[in-house]
Design a binder for this molecule. Structure first.
Ligand SMILES: Cc1cc2nc3c(=O)[nH]c(=O)nc-3n(C[C@H](O)[C@H](O)[C@H](O)COP(=O)(O)OP(=O)(O)OC[C@H]3O[C@@H](n4cnc5c(N)ncnc54)[C@H](O)[C@@H]3O)c2cc1C
Length: 229
């Protein structure tokens, strides 16, 4: 399916969102991701396809990609994406993923590392639209305050809903056992959703297991770098 770029938005110093209009109605669940194909000249060995979470909520009927650019060291794919102008198109191959919230009435904890906030942005806006933000703790770790993506949305949601609490942490602080215990008092009553770089997700998962959180209550979304396992 060809998606037409309708807006390119700078979120932070090095993070940009690309908002696309699908040619017809597309349905998906908040938290899912898309495979994209972007043929370009001289692709590097990471190739011309990528996976990105849909960072926009389904009710908006537009598909948004949000990603970080490493300007000197961008992959050829990211260079090609960055050079897209409003009116240009990108090919999306398929939508999939199970990192979705099926039971919004349960007590939830979202733990995001950096750009790993993208599925939570989609999920939170969708829940807001359905008035289903009941009891959510978001722990959002970043390098520093300037690199926090979607801060305005998070501030707005925190003001609007009593049912959401947000704890920001910055390097070198880590989301470890102590921090989880301190931020989540009713830890055994909650479902945990973890999203971010592989190393961060694995270390938070280990911390939760050491705290004896039931594995069934831990859902994960890894953001590997291309080629990383
Ligand atoms: C389910 C899923 C959802 C995802 N959702 C998102 C999302 O919403 N937003 C997002 O930004 N990413 C997301 N990703 C990750 C995304 O697919 C890319 O892998 C990631 O953005 C890196 O892009 P890139 O390879 O173009 O490298 P770049 O971002 O251009 O490069 C990043 C830096 O890492 C280095 N680097 C990257 N890959 C390698 C490698 N294989 N070996 C050595 N060095 C490397 C580069 O030199 C550069 O310094 C998701 C991945 C998955 C699997």
């Amino acid at each position: 399916m060809k998606l037409k770029l309708i807006e390119k938005k700078q979120e932070t110093n090095d993070v940009f969102s690309f908002i696309f209009q699908p040619p017809n109605h597309v349905s998906w669940q908040a938290g899912q991701y898309v495979f994209y194909k972007l043929p370009h000249d001289n692709p590097d060995d990471r190739g011309d396809t990528r996976i990105f979470t849909i960072s926009s909520p389904p009710y908006q009927e537009r598909i948004m990609i949000t990603t970080r650019f490493f300007f000197q060291e961008n992959s050829s794919f990211k260079k090609a994406l960055f050079s897209k102008e409003v009116g240009d198109s990108i090919e999306s191959l398929r939508i999939q993923g199970h990192f979705t919230v099926e039971e919004p009435n349960k007590k939830l904890v979202f733990i995001a590392g950096g750009i790993g906030i993208t599925p939570f942005h989609s999920i939170l806006l969708e829940l807001e639209n359905r008035n289903k933000i009941k009891d959510i703790i978001l722990i959002f770790s970043n390098r520093n305050e300037e690199s926090v993506v979607f801060k305005e949305t998070m501030d707005r949601l925190e003001k609007k809903f009593q049912g959401i609490r947000i704890k920001y942490i910055y390097s070198p602080q880590r989301c470890n056992k102590e921090l989880i215990k301190e931020s989540v008092p009713d830890i055994y009553e909650r479902i945990f959703y973890l999203s971010g770089p592989i190393r961060m997700v694995k270390s938070v998962e280990e911390a939760l297991e050491e705290l004896n959180v039931n594995r069934e209550n831990i859902r994960k979304d890894y953001f590997p770098r291309t080629g990383e396992k």
